[in-house]
Design a protein around this ligand. Structure first.
Ligand code: ADP
Ligand code: GLC
Length: 478
């Protein structure tokens, strides 16, 4: 049995902004089921919701003249221990963990997450005297990037794994921050935390960890190229022997159309007709005409360039001239939000847009839509395309990262051998997306092929079982 400290800046259902939370909330549970002693460490944000689990005081520690408390709770519905880093001046304020209402990063993010990393190091070295020293410290994304760097200076540190969920977010700050943060000089140079005269948190993970993973095999290859590496492709290619891609799983209890309490009617692959109740409910809730015969397209996600929202916006004028409806749930870039809202005002019978974060609506869209659009420019893994397949909702995806690894394009031979689960297109352009949409509409009217794709997707195994084993093998080999 391994002792694992899982360092993450978000974990569902405590706090979530995106897929990192889904992974941090479900992979540790899968590892605990494999009899591993895994504990999470997460900042105690004001918006953190323990869903009724108790919080108890563990200990206090002092770092750079600051008094920090460590509190303990559990991941709801599990036995997994969660340690909360309680430093109110940095974490106890309302809103998103990383950005303000306008989407700009909080001005003190470097200080906030450097402190989080420092506390994780104290815990990893058991300087908080809990008689629990991990064998492995598993860090995720830039917010935890300083942990492997700082641990590399310790005597007898645990082994470190750093998982890249998204290379586009690197935690870059003016180099002067290194001094302000009291970072040891041995770490601050171009082969260390420095990146083009900036301080890079993610480099802490990429340079100093014992193993790097990312969340799909295709993305593991892509980030070694200039298009996806953001200047770090050389470093990643240099470390390719210790870099691997392990596909994310999904929480198959939470995302299960047979039992999901957040949808209008439960269904399974042998009772697919029931899915239409969810479609009607979704149409009603989004104030669209209730009509079972019109194909309903759904989108859920952060409204950022990564997700290809600009391509969708470019397609909407053509889409509204077709028999279809479109529902979108998301928040992010204000420019995208305004353009989408304008479309929904112009075409209230075809387009419905809900801005903000809404978990139950996300479930209803997965269950009620016929088609799920995910034309990402890049996608380290992506979870919604897997949720869609499990809900019999056909994903349209661009062939990149985890989308390429999890969706099988519907072609004559993949329809025949029952592997087709969606529509896959190549080029990152509105015209290529539009072609994919037209191809989808033709298939939609071929009831036999459509149902086959739905059933193929619903029968696929997206659970964590296999991937959690890959992580365990990795821990055991370190
Ligand atoms: P990313 O992590 O890049 O945002 P993923 O596909 O990995 O993309 O995960 C996104 C997760 O966040 C999914 O669980 C998705 O349902 C959820 N999500 C994104 N935006 C919203 C929203 N506005 N309301 C509810 N859930 C959302
Ligand atoms: C990131 C990626 C997304 C991935 C998620 C969880 O936010 O953008 O593709 O699914 O992390 O690993």
């Amino acid at each position: 049995m391994k002792k694992i400290l899982f360092v993450t800046s978000e974990a569902h259902p405590l706090i979530k902004t995106g897929g990192l939370a889904d992974v941090s909330g479900s992979l540790p549970k899968a590892l605990a089921e494999l009899e591993q002693d895994i504990r999470l460490i997460v900042p105690k944000y004001q918006a953190l919701n323990t869903h009724g689990e108790d919080i108890r005081y563990v200990c206090s520690l002092r770092i750079d003249n600051r008094n920090i408390n460590i509190l303990e709770t559990r991941l709801p519905d599990s036995k997994v221990t969660v340690w909360l880093v309680d430093y109110p001046a940095y974490f106890n304020f309302p809103g998103n963990p990383y950005v303000d209402e306008e989407g700009s990063p909080w001005p003190n993010n470097a200080e906030r997450f450097a402190l989080f990393c420092r506390v994780a190091v104290e815990v990893a070295m058991d300087r908080i005297n809990q008689h629990w020293k991990p064998d492995i410290v598993h860090c995720n994304d830039w917010q935890s990037g300083l942990v492997p760097a700082l641990l590399s200076l310790e005597f007898g540190p645990p082994a470190t794994v750093f998982t890249i969920h998204n290379m586009a977010y690197q935690g870059l700050f003016p180099i002067a921050a290194a001094t302000a943060l009291n970072l040891p000089g041995q770490l601050v140079h171009p082969e260390g935390l420095e990146f083009h005269n900036m301080l890079s948190f993610i480099k802490g993970g990429l340079v100093y960890s014992d193993h790097i993973t990312t969340v799909s095999p295709t993305y593991a290859m892509e980030i070694q190229t200039p298009d996806f590496g953001y200047g770090l492709e050389g470093l990643l290619a240099y470390r390719k022997e210790i870099l691997s891609g392990i596909l994310n799983g999904i929480d198959t209890d939470q995302w299960n159309p047979e039992t999901d309490p957040l949808i209008a009617r439960n269904y399974k692959s042998v009772s697919l007709l029931e899915k239409q109740y969810n479609k009607s409910e979704l149409q009603r809730r989004m104030e669209l005409p209730v009509n079972d015969h019109i194909p309903l397209f759904g989108v859920i996600g952060r409204l950022v360039e990564q997700k290809g929202i600009d391509m969708i916006l470019d397609c909407l004028p053509d889409m509204v001239s077709m028999p279809m409806q479109f529902v979108l749930l998301g928040s992010g870039d204000k420019g995208f939000e305004n353009k989408l809202k304008n479309f929904s005002h112009l075409y209230p019978d075809k387009i419905a847009v809900t801005l903000g974060y809404n978990e139950s609506l996300a479930h209803l869209i997965e269950a009620g839509a016929d088609v799920f659009l995910m034309p990402s420019r890049f996608e380290p893994c992506g979870l919604n395309q897997m949720y869609s397949q499990r809900y019999g909702t056909i994903p349209i995806v661009r062939k990149t990262g985890g989308l390429a690894d999890t969706v099988v394009d519907s072609l004559p031979h993949t329809l025949t051998d029952s592997t087709a689960t969606g529509i896959v297109f190549n080029e990152a352009s509105a015209s290529a997306l539009m072609e994919a949409i037209k191809r989808t509409l033709i298939l939609y009217h071929n009831h036999e092929a459509w149902k086959k794709m739905q059933v193929n997707g619903m029968q696929k195994d997206f659970s964590w079982q296999q991937s959690a084993r890959h992580y365990l093998d990795l821990y055991q080999n370190l």
